[in-house]
Design a protein around this ligand. Structure first.
Ligand code: PGA
Ligand code: ZN
Length: 419
């Protein structure tokens, strides 16, 4: 059933970090109106689709998105309004053609992704389907993902000493989303008490996790195990596991990884991870090495790829071409999935299909700058990706996604978990 677009518009709003982003609206001829909020990252991969910022120092210190807004209200609206599209792929293809760059730098990936997400929502609504059903590829079983709660923030997401960016707790053994969210929230509350009792500050980083002044990642891991046990759960794959996103590109300088005052070679960094996964219930490692260290990634995959999930974020950028390359070079065994990294929903679904076909896992993700838009919850469910990360079990923009998962679970009783 073809859909006729009558209007596309955008306005500049604030994201969760107080920086400008876009809210977009797509209106269809049948009266459907759908909105989207555009996410934005801080530790971005160098090959991500380009987010257009105004650079006008007198306006939000240069971070305004008025040009991207103008591109939606001008050129994009002029091209889409009045046209009929057989499906989202056709609409996304029109946006890609209109932009006519390889990285969406002319119109802005932030402008394009906002229109793509709002259009996906509009098309789903127009067909009377849930967004997750609309996004579900043929032959794929919809499933509720294991939420990965980022409870300690470091790196560029927090003003502390911690070099690793994200320490997540994952209720892998929970029977349902409702119980997984409860486990995440209980561990988070327990951790807060433990940190406070040891004299650490309990202020929050960008994704809602605590940002204590701790140097060594191992010290944080020990606190997490204590919090998991203290909250009454078993640390590990049959209870609450741990996932790490060091975001290593951010502490890779001149060929060495700078961690807690030490300068580690790629091999020494892999040794460190091997020790960490022997000592702590870490089941997933995202961006353990830098995006430019492909050789290191090959070794990392050879050494640890059978034991844990190795997720590529900055190195892959949700880009189907780069993911295909990584698959053939045995670099990692999973891809992080961020819609704004590639810039359209259709290309994101292609990236996920490539992963599925290769037996790779797909880890659906928010960005450090978020809005209340819960699109990724539906994306994770519809594609049966098995896991999702959306920050701490606290703060509106983070819990919007988890709450949407609870809503879906309650209404549709889908299966929960990775397998
Ligand atoms: P970002 O970080 O959204 O700031 O890029 C998230 C991540 O590295 O996974
Ligand atoms: Zn990451």
């Amino acid at each position: 059933m073809a859909k006729t677009v009558t209007n596309v518009m955008a306005v500049q709003i604030l994201d969760s970090r107080g920086r400008p982003t876009l809210a977009t609206t797509v209106t269809l001829a049948d009266g459907t109106v759908a909105r989207a909020g555009v996410p934005s990252g801080a530790s971005t991969g160098s090959r991500e689709a380009v987010e257009l910022r105004d650079g006008d120092a007198s306006h939000f210190s240069g971070s305004g998105v008025l040009q991207a807004v103008a591109n939606v209200n001008g050129e994009i609206n002029a091209t889409l309004a009045g046209r009929s599209f057989a499906d989202l792929e056709e609409l996304d293809g029109t946006l890609i053609e209109l932009d006519a760059t390889s990285n969406k730098s002319r119109l802005g990936a932030n402008a394009i992704v906002g229109v793509s997400i709002a259009a996906a929502r509009a098309f789903a609504t127009s067909e009377g389907r849930q967004l997750w059903e609309y996004l579900q590829p043929a032959g794929v079983t919809a499933r509720l993902p294991v939420p990965h709660f980022n409870v300690v923030n470091g790196g560029v997401h927090a003003p502390n000493n911690l070099d690793f960016q994200e320490f997540m707790v994952a209720p892998l053994g929970a029977p349902s989303i409702a119980e997984a969210v409860r486990a995440g929230a209980e561990v988070y509350a327990k951790l807060k008490g433990i940190l406070a009792s040891r004299g650490f500050a309990t202020g929050l980083g960008d994704e809602g996790g605590f940002a204590p002044q701790i140097d060594h990642p191992e010290e944080v891991l020990a606190l997490l195990v204590e919090a998991i046990e203290g909250a009454g759960y078993r640390p590990g794959r049959d209870g609450v596991g741990i996932a790490l996103d060091p975001a290593a590109s951010e502490f890779y300088r001149d060929g060495f990884y700078q961690v807690a005052g030490e300068s580690l070679s790629s091999t020494a960094m892999i040794d460190r991870y091997e020790q960490i996964i022997s000592d702590y219930p870490v089941w997933l490692l995202e961006d353990g090495l830098a995006e430019s260290d492909w050789e290191g990634w090959e070794h990392l995959t050879t050494r640890l790829g059978e034991r844990i999930e190795l997720v590529g974020d900055d190195i892959l950028c949700t880009n189907p071409t780069i993911i295909s390359d990584a698959i053939s070079r045995h670099v990692g065994n999973a891809a992080l999935i961020k819609v704004n990294q590639i810039g359209t929903v259709s290309e994101t679904l292609v990236a996920m299909r490539i992963c599925r076909d290769a037996g790779w896992a797909q880890f659906v993700s928010h960005r450090s700058g978020e809005t209340e838009d819960a699109f990724i919850a539906d994306l994770a469910v519809g594609t049966g990706s098995g896991h999702i990360k959306s920050g701490a079990p606290a703060r509106g923009e983070r819990v919007a996604k988890y709450n949407r998962l609870i809503e879906i679970e309650t209404a549709y009783a889908l299966r929960y978990g990775l397998a």
